[in-house]
Design a protein around this ligand. Structure first.
Ligand SMILES: [Zn+2]
Length: 425
């Protein structure tokens, strides 16, 4: 007797299986004919996926778009300045309320694991207090990992170093950094070194905003990979953005990628954000600024798409839909073959789960009973449609249900419903 059974769904690898759930665990998979369950969801013909995972977000800033004003230039630097203005006037209650609303959106989209940076460049550590509270409030349905992020520079900001350590002492999970925003290349490299040492001493993971610039000489990812190896942090370190790699010399990149692979660096490009932020100093040709996704994957580097922002000083759109993120990434990185499109779906599920080192993730016996049923036949169709979420299950409980995207039609001689689903074999 199962508490919940998902019947007849198609897994991302094309296998058709029933999923039996007891409590918060998947306890059986396969053909479960005749099995009894307290509740049954019929997923026949629909895609059943493990939850979406976002390894790069800013939950302290989300849903603040327009406060106190909008980003007129559209650049990263004006966004950082604008966020600095907002930090002076926002309250802890406001941050909690905005973050909880975003988590509702995420839950409705089947996005059940999020790594959020939290700015520590505020001596009150108001954002840290707020997101620690939110992490606790959503823990039954969203795995929220927090990164201590010295937004204004670990050395550049006078109290950032002290505040980063305070935030880690308060229970923030991951060590962050922003080496390209320090005053000199040397300071950037030194910040990478000290922050990685901090993580090694405390047994923590590292996730740095790294080289989020079009400057091909911004090479802090090299220091990050080097320190990862020196300190034995392999597999526990992520480089976010890595956009300078787009503009780097090809010979240099041919030396860099094997170093990153040896250090088992996880890479997190953020295509929605970087396609709008990068290239702003260019005339034409105008660079796309997305890092070298396919080339890293060819070297065996784990790469997953991050969302980064929704309605904040850096990005004026967004809906918590990781399929939007993957859809943009697919286009900008030109990942258009069937294999590459399937990889784009894995980049917002299994690849990101690996970056976040999520335990018990996936669709298999013994895994956490968290999944999403989509109005699509397979991962490629899910991407094409940015498919509706029909059912979202978190820890064995149905937490969200949505409608199919069908439209009722009134065209003489034509069918009464338009589905837009069109399965390609
Ligand atoms: Zn970011």
């Amino acid at each position: 007797m199962f508490d919940l059974m998902i019947k007849g769904g198609t897994m991302p690898d094309g296998e058709i299986a029933d999923i039996g759930i007891v409590g918060n665990k998947i306890t059986a998979m396969g053909a479960l004919e005749g099995a009894q369950a307290g509740k049954v969801i019929d997923a026949t013909g629909d895609l059943v996926s493990p939850p979406f995972v976002d390894p790069h977000f800013h939950m302290d800033a989300t849903l603040s778009y327009g406060e106190p004003r909008i980003n007129a230039s559209g650049t990263l630097l004006e966004g950082i300045g604008l966020w600095g203005e907002l930090k002076q006037v926002m309250t802890q209650d406001e941050v909690v309320a905005r973050a909880l609303t975003f988590c509702d959106w995420a839950a409705s989209m089947g996005l059940l694991a999020i790594r959020s940076h939290v700015d520590v460049c505020d001596d009150r550590l108001l954002g840290v207090e707020a997101l620690l509270d939110v992490r606790d409030q959503v823990k039954d349905y969203i795995d929220l990992q927090l990164v201590a992020f010295p937004q204004d520079g670990f050395y550049r900001d006078l109290t950032a170093r002290e505040n980063t350590i305070r935030a880690l002492d308060m229970g923030v999970d991951v060590v962050g950094g922003i080496p390209h925003f320090e005053r000199t290349m040397a300071d950037g490299a030194a910040s990478v070194r000290e922050l990685c040492e901090l993580a090694a001493t405390r047994g923590l993971m590292v996730d740095m905003h790294c080289d989020e610039t079009d400057d091909p000489m911004s090479r802090h990812i090299e220091s990050l990979a080097y320190e990862t190896q020196r300190l034995g942090l392999q597999g526990r370190v992520a480089g976010s953005h890595l956009t300078s790699m787009h503009s780097m010399d090809n010979y240099y990149v041919s030396k860099l990628l094997p170093l990153m692979a040896e250090a088992q660096i996880n890479a997190i490009p953020n295509p929605l954000i970087n396609i709008v932020l990068q290239g702003r100093h260019d005339t034409y040709p105008k660079r796309r600024g997305l890092t070298r996704v396919k080339e890293m994957q060819a070297h065996g580097i784990n790469v997953g798409w991050g969302q980064d922002c929704v309605l904040d000083p850096w990005y004026s759109l967004g809906t918590a839909d990781m399929l939007d993120v993957a859809f943009m990434g697919l286009h900008v990185a030109q990942m258009t073959s069937p294999e590459e499109m399937r990889t784009c779906f894995e980049m917002v599920t299994t690849h990101n789960a690996k970056t976040m080192t999520l335990a018990d993730y996936g669709l298999h016996v013994g895994a956490k009973a968290s999944l999403v049923v989509l109005d699509a036949s397979d991962p490629i169709e899910a991407l094409r449609l940015r498919a509706a979420r029909l059912h979202v299950v978190a820890n064995g409980k149905v937490i969200s249900q949505g409608e199919r995207a069908d439209a009722k039609m009134s065209l003489p001689g034509r069918p009464p419903v338009s589905r837009r689903r069109h399965h390609v074999n």
